[in-house]
Design a protein around this ligand. Structure first.
Ligand SMILES: Cc1cc2nc3c(=O)[nH]c(=O)nc-3n(C[C@H](O)[C@H](O)[C@H](O)COP(=O)(O)OP(=O)(O)OC[C@H]3O[C@@H](n4cnc5c(N)ncnc54)[C@H](O)[C@@H]3O)c2cc1C
Length: 392
């Protein structure tokens, strides 16, 4: 086996080393050996996720009053980055948990928060379900409907592409009510909830189990399971996505780091024309460019975590962070495979997985185009134009 690269020298932690170092050991020993199997078999990493919850990782940003650790977003980003160096499937499994926690924490009634938030410390697994067969980027109107009957809400509809859906015990969903799109909390064991693998559930990347179709067949929910304000669901969902985009960017960063390190090890060990591949200047320049891009993406992500902590220009920095990190990850995974020659293209090498995971995150959780729209939307008013109106 080839000697490891000194990751500590390459990727200086943006949070205290006492948080990152044990995590790196855990990831190397417990997640890395499982990563290829999770991807190949397309299974949800249940044991790993339950262990991450037991160790307080999946509640890192949850306030202490709900059994969390109450740390800042930079810790959540560091967590997503480190686990995704081994497995982006584990990274994306964390993201769907953080998305549901964030929605409940920011918008839920106290009774709802008390009922579900502490369960995350015990390993509650969750999915964030917005997309439908006919509604992806545009969620302003939906085919999933909810109606009020006395003290209950009744939900009917179907969601598609739901990450972590094969294992989720709890869903946060969007459904349309009389007043517009609204958010609901739905336990998996509520009568009328079922999941199935649809035609489009199997993806080539971010394979943490099939991205399930979730059916809500006249599901009756207590009144407090509507989260936030009726009719304000799109705005609330956008707020949660603005939070999770930074963390999704951190997952992409983990993929980029893994691809970079894998290629660096190969180029150091492989000899061609009587010298190591890493001694060719052309190859060194590839690494210099990749490192610069990864460092730039890392700076942007940890800048975006500051914005989340201070609540300052969150949509801008979150979108920039995900846009940059996801495109860098795809570019680095492509370049890394190239550097490794035939080895990079082999099925038993990890570069195909890196490339597939990186590409999938250019679409999931906010496509690059939608992120650019968000960034541009804050730019136009600064330039003195109304983003809702075109000048004739
Ligand atoms: C791996 C994976 C995991 C996913 N997990 C989940 C999940 O857990 N929960 C969930 O709810 N959904 C999930 N999705 C769905 C995902 O959120 C949608 O795929 C995404 O929102 C894009 O929607 P769409 O695929 O319907 O594309 P469309 O909205 O049909 O868009 C098609 C193309 O047009 C572009 N486009 C759309 N609108 C605009 C615009 N205004 N300006 C410029 N370009 C535009 C898009 O960027 C895209 O390139 C997942 C998808 C993938 C691939």
């Amino acid at each position: 086996m080839s000697a490891p690269i000194d990751s500590t020298a390459l990727w200086l932690p943006y949070v205290e080393p006492g948080f990152v170092e044990p995590l790196r050991t855990y990831v190397r020993e417990r997640i890395e050996p499982e990563a290829d199997r999770i991807d190949r078999e397309d299974v949800y990493p249940t044991e790993i996720m339950k262990a991450l919850a037991r160790d307080g990782h999946s509640t890192v940003i949850l306030p202490e009053e709900f059994g969390g650790r109450g740390l800042g977003y930079e810790h959540a980003a560091a967590l997503c980055e480190e686990v995704s160096v081994a497995s982006a499937a584990v990274g994306v499994s964390l993201i769907t948990i953080f998305q549901c926690q964030t929605m409940l924490r920011l918008f839920g009634l106290d009774s709802l928060k008390q009922r579900y938030l502490p369960a995350f410390a015990d390993g509650l697994l969750s999915s964030y379900a917005l997309t439908e067969a006919r509604h992806g980027s545009d969620i302003r109107s939906l085919d999933t409907k909810a109606r009020r009957e006395g003290d209950e809400w009744i939900v009917k509809g179907e969601k598609h592409f739901i990450t972590s859906g094969s294992a989720a015990e709890f869903f946060v969903i969007l459904a349309e009510t009389d007043k517009g799109v609204s958010v609901f909390a739905v336990p998996r064991d509520a009568k009328g909830v079922s999941i199935y693998e649809g035609q489009n559930s199997a993806t080539f990347g971010l394979r943490n189990g099939p991205h399930m179709n979730v059916v809500f067949d006249e599901v009756r929910l207590p009144f407090d399971h509507m989260v936030g304000e009726e009719g304000k669901g799109v705005r609330q969902a956008a707020t949660v996505l603005n939070h999770s985009r930074t963390l999704a960017g951190a997952v992409s960063l983990g993929i980029a780091r893994a691809a970079f390190e894998g290629a660096l090890r190969f180029a150091r060990d492989r000899v061609a024309f009587d010298q190591r591949v890493l001694e060719f200047q052309g190859i060194q320049w590839y690494f210099a460019e990749m490192l610069t891009e990864i460092d730039a993406a890392r700076l942007l992500i940890y800048r975006a975590t500051e914005a989340l902590n201070t609540k300052e220009q969150v949509p801008r920095f979150g979108s920039e962070a995900k846009l940059k990190a996801s495109t860098v990850a795809t570019a680095v995974a492509t370049q890394a495979a190239q550097i490794c020659g035939a080895y990079g293209i082999m099925e038993n090498a990890p570069f195909g997985r890196y490339l597939r995971d990186a590409k999938a995150y250019e679409v999931a959780g906010g496509s690059n185009e939608v992120l650019k729209n968000t960034i541009a939307k804050m730019l136009l008013p600064i330039a003195g134009l109304d983003p809702r109106r075109k000048t004739s």
